[in-house]
Design a protein around this ligand. Structure first.
Ligand code: APR
Length: 233
């Protein structure tokens, strides 16, 4: 096995579950309570923008009441102390990695706390509601939408993610079901590029057999344990 210098970590909703943020596909998860086509597609937004804006306004307000858990804090500690390359690629649209202290984070599915102006393409930090169609602070068009990647849209930062994978010795997937591409395909890409692959999840994900190693358990337990091991060398 080659020495581990460069690490790419993919996180999903499971890492924020113990902070009280609903996952998508667990029993009682978001996609049981809402139709994906209604609230997470450009077509749904075109059909009923009020429904979609209200849904994201509620989620945006809710995440601001949540706090990072031990798993976010452990990854932040790894980020602060790891001497090699490290990239946390998150599918999560919450800001718990950043509030936990992590710095090397990319949001491939966008961010709840950003609004995107579909008129001038500007992005703005946004903590309040969008339902009343506030004007874009840059161009004043009333054309702001949540800066969240919907089904049928292109995830963000894919070039930087693939570049990091090319140099990765270890790929770690945390708290994701492996149901949504291209994130779900990153483990295969990492393997083909020669990285070791490790899954940390509550239960085996859909692509579990693609990992060299799987450790099952709640993120707040398995992530700090793994980080301690890695930092101890
Ligand atoms: N610790 C670790 N893993 C957990 C925990 C926990 N406490 N709780 C749940 N999990 C696991 C579940 O077992 C599941 O495998 O986290 C995973 C969550 O899966 P999903 O709900 O499908 O979330 P995610 O993989 O992030 O979804 C991917 O789908 O609709 C979208 O855009 C949305 O980014 C999201 C994407």
């Amino acid at each position: 096995m080659r020495e581990i210098r460069n690490i790419v970590i993919l996180t999903g909703a499971g890492i924020s579950a113990e902070s009280g943020i609903d996952t998508f596909r667990s029993a009682g998860g978001l996609w049981e309570q809402h139709r994906v086509e209604d609230v997470a597609t450009p077509e749904g937004f075109a059909r009923d923008p009020d429904l979609v804006l209200r849904f994201y306004d509620m989620r945006r307000a809710a995440i601001q009441t949540k706090a990072p858990n031990a798993a976010h804090l452990a990854l932040a500690e790894l980020d602060a102390n790891w001497p090699g390359e490290l990239l946390i690629v998150t599918q999560n649209v919450d800001d718990l990695h950043e509030r936990g202290g992590a710095r090397r984070v990319l949001h491939m599915h966008g961010e709840h706390l950003n609004a995107w102006c579909t008129c001038c393409d500007a992005r703005h930090r946004w903590t309040g509601p969008l339902i009343d169609r506030p004007p874009c602070p840059k161009c004043e068009a009333r054309a702001l939408r949540p800066d969240v990647v919907w089904f049928g849209e292109m995830p963000y930062h894919m070039d930087r993610i693939y570049r990091a994978l090319r140099g990765a010795d270890l790929f770690v997937s945390i708290g994701t079901s492996g149901a949504v591409y291209p994130a779900a395909g990153l483990v295969q890409n990492a393997r083909e590029l020669g990285a070791q692959t490790l899954e940390l999840n509550l239960e085996p994900s859909q692509g579990s057999r693609l990992f060299h190693e799987s450790r099952l358990g709640p993120a707040s337990a398995v992530v700090p344990q793994w980080v301690a091991e890695v930092l101890a060398g």
